[in-house]
Ligand binder design. Structure first.
Ligand code: G3H
Ligand code: ZN
Length: 286
C-alpha cells in the first residue's frame, strides 16, 4: 500500500490520514510511537522553514531510518512549498510528496506553477498537493482574532478548474479553518462549503489545513464530507513547548536531555494518539 492506496481507502471508508509536522527528532519519535501503537499510516510534514531548520537531507534520512525500523507506512511531505526551486530540491533529495502553496497568486499563475510542479514530481512518482483559497495564520498561538470571511473560502468552480488543469493528487481547501490557535475564540469547519466543493470535484481528494483546535464534531463532519487528509502542527508545537517548560520548573535540577525529554515526548504522543483515533486512521495498516 502506498500513499495513494491509503487515501483511496480513506475516501471509501470515510476516515482521514493525519499529517503531523515536525522540526525536531523528539516530535518525530512521539508521532511514530503513536502510529505504531495504534497501527496507523501517517504523513510527516515539514514546512519550508521546518525543513530548513532540520535540513532537507537530514529529514529524508531520519524518515528513511524510522520507516525501516518501525515498518510503518510513513510518507514525507513538504508542506506549503512556496517556490518551484525549493520543491525540486525536496523531490530530488527524496521527499515522497510535496504541497505547492500558490494560493496567494492569481488562479492562472497558481495553475501555471502547479502544473510545472506536477510535471517534475510525476517523473519521480512524487505526489502533489495543490491549494486554492488562502489558509490564513501561522502555526502558533494568536492573540488576535483571525476572521475567515465568506469570500475567503475556496470557490468550488475554481477548485474544479484547478484540478482539471493541474491534475494534482490532492487539493487543500479553505473551508473556514486557519493555521494556529486563538487564545480566545473558536475554529470551525464550514461544512456547507465543504459539501459544495465536494459535489463539484466529486472523487478528488481534499485536504483540511489548520487542523489544530477544531472541535471533534467538526472534524467528524469534515471527514464524512470528504476530507481525506488533515494537517496538525500547532497542537504538537504547544505540547513540546509546554512539556519542556514543565521539565524546567524552578526546582528541577535535571540537565540531561535524554532524562527529561521522554516526558516531553509522551505529552506529544498523547496528542497524536487522540488525533489518530478522531480521524479514524487507527488499525488501517495493511
Ligand atoms: O500545514 C499545516 C497545517 O495546516 C497545520 O495547522 O497549525 O493549525 O495545526 P495547525
Ligand atoms: Zn497548512
Amino acid at each position: 500500500m502506498n500513499f495513494r492506496d491509503y487515501i483511496i481507502e480513506a475516501q471509501k471508508e470515510k476516515w482521514a490520514i493525519g499529517q503531523f509536522n515536525i522540526s525536531n527528532l523528539e516530535t518525530l519519535k512521539a508521532i511514530v510511537a503513536a502510529a505504531q501503537k495504534l497501527k496507523s499510516p501517517i504523513i510527516i510534514g515539514t514546512s519550508e522553514n521546518e525543513s530548513k531548520f532540520l535540513g532537507l537531507e537530514e529529514t529524508v534520512a531520519l524518515i528513511s531510518a524510522v520507516r525501516k525500523k518501525s515498518g510503518l507506512p510513513i510518507i514525507l511531505n513538504l508542506d506549503h512549498g512556496k517556490t518551484l526551486d525549493y520543491i525540486k530540491e525536496a523531490v530530488s533529495l527524496g521527499y515522497d510528496a510535496v504541497h505547492f502553496d500558490g494560493s496567494k497568486l492569481s488562479l492562472a499563475e497558481n495553475i501555471d506553477i502547479t502544473k510545472k510542479v506536477v510535471e517534475f514530481a510525476y517523473r519521480k512518482k512524487v505526489l502533489v498537493e495543490g491549494e486554492v483559497g488562502i489558509i490564513f495564520g501561522s502555526s502558533e498561538l494568536h492573540e488576535e482574532k483571525i476572521e475567515v470571511k465568506k469570500e475567503d473560502l475556496t470557490d468550488p468552480e475554481k477548485a474544479l478548474k484547478f484540478i482539471n488543469e493541474t491534475k494534482v493528487d490532492t487539493l487543500a481547501v479553505n473551508v473556514g479553518t486557519f493555521h494556529g490557535l486563538e487564545t480566545t475564540g473558536e475554529k470551525h469547519v464550514n461544512i456547507k462549503r465543504l459539501k459544495e466543493i465536494k459535489n463539484k470535484v466529486k472523487n478528488q481528494f481534499l485536504v483540511l489545513h489548520g487542523g489544530s483546535g477544531i472541535p471533534e464534531k467538526d472534524i467528524k463532519e469534515a471527514v464524512r464530507g470528504g476530507i481525506v487528509k488533515i494537517n496538525i502542527n500547532t497542537e504538537l508545537r504547544l505540547a513540546f513547548t509546554e512539556g519542556l517548560k514543565k521539565s524546567f520548573s524552578e526546582d528541577s535540577k535535571e540537565s540531561v536531555p535524554y532524562k527529561y525529554m521522554p516526558e516531553v515526548i509522551s505529552g506529544i504522543q498523547k496528542v497524536v494518539e487522540e488525533k489518530i483515533k478522531l480521524f479514524g486512521s487507527n488499525n488501517k495498516i495493511k
